[in-house]
Design a protein. Structure first.
Length: 258
């Protein structure tokens, strides 16, 4: 049996014109894209309503069909078919975790590391599924391959860059903590910039309502693929009512943190 070998791709490649051509992705490109979006270390995902938070481990991610369809310029049906192929070929697994669909890239740790992971000191391996234990950190990430932009390098300069653009300066300390825990790679940095652009262009901000800085930085991923809802003849919740609901959520969140 021949030993498997892998090639490494510098993450800067995903910012190059070659990768960012305005066209639909091939299946091979979509598969590679899953690797670059997957969590490189333990992280958390919180639902937009703040009710549920789950842990994500190395090689996992939460991506909606709508988000991937827009990102890859595919139809939703094509995205669903693609994941069926991945699961049949045992390239990915999906499971509901507290009602949230989590995708696990089965070959992530094997292909993204070079040293044997001797001990799971953080106890952050995947614990569910009959074969998950076989994939639990066989390899540790290679320092030169996965370090990208370290948190220490980005958190001071880049946080302040975003903070200066954000209109509501309330909650800077908490906002920094949320930024520091969620923005760890160049992909995260690009995503949060996209999220902020979408948010500042949104109708609610134009109507004068801006979330506290701490609240927005805690849930910035909600705005990465945000599309302004189109008004129709059907009954919809006015923006003023949406603002009231969000303010009540912020008030409750503050009470919990006190």
């Amino acid at each position: 049996m021949h030993k498997q070998t892998y090639i490494k791709i510098n993450r800067a490649y995903f910012d190059s014109p070659f990768w960012n051509e305005n066209r639909p992705r091939t299946k091979a490109e979509a598969y590679i894209d899953l690797f670059q979006m997957a969590t490189v270390s333990v992280n958390k995902y919180t639902t937009p309503d703040f009710r549920t938070t789950i842990n994500l481990t190395r090689g996992e991610g939460v991506w909606s069909i709508r988000f991937l369809a827009k990102r890859w310029k595919w139809s939703r049906g094509k995205v669903e078919s693609f994941f069926k192929i991945l699961k049949v070929r045992k390239k990915a697994r999906q499971e509901l975790r507290q009602g949230i669909m989590v995708t696990f890239i089965t070959e992530y740790s094997v292909s993204q590391g070079s040293d044997i992971y001797k001990k799971d000191t953080k106890q952050d391996g995947v614990k569910t599924g009959s074969r998950r234990g076989q994939d639990k950190y066989k390899n540790v990430k290679n320092a030169n391959n996965d370090k990208n932009v370290s948190t220490k390098e980005i958190d001071k300069e880049n946080f302040l860059e975003l903070w200066n653009k954000y209109p509501n300066k309330d909650g800077k300390t908490q906002a920094y903590k949320h930024f520091n825990s969620s923005v760890k790679t160049k992909e995260d940095w690009l995503a949060i910039n996209t999220a902020l652009t979408n948010y500042l262009k949104s109708e609610r901000v134009n109507n004068g309502y801006v979330k506290n800085g701490s609240t927005w930085f805690n849930n910035w991923r909600d705005w990465v693929d945000y599309v302004e809802p189109q008004k129709t003849s059907q009954k919809f919740i006015p923006i003023s009512e949406q603002i009231k609901i969000e303010r009540e959520q912020e008030r409750k969140q503050k009470e919990k943190s006190c």
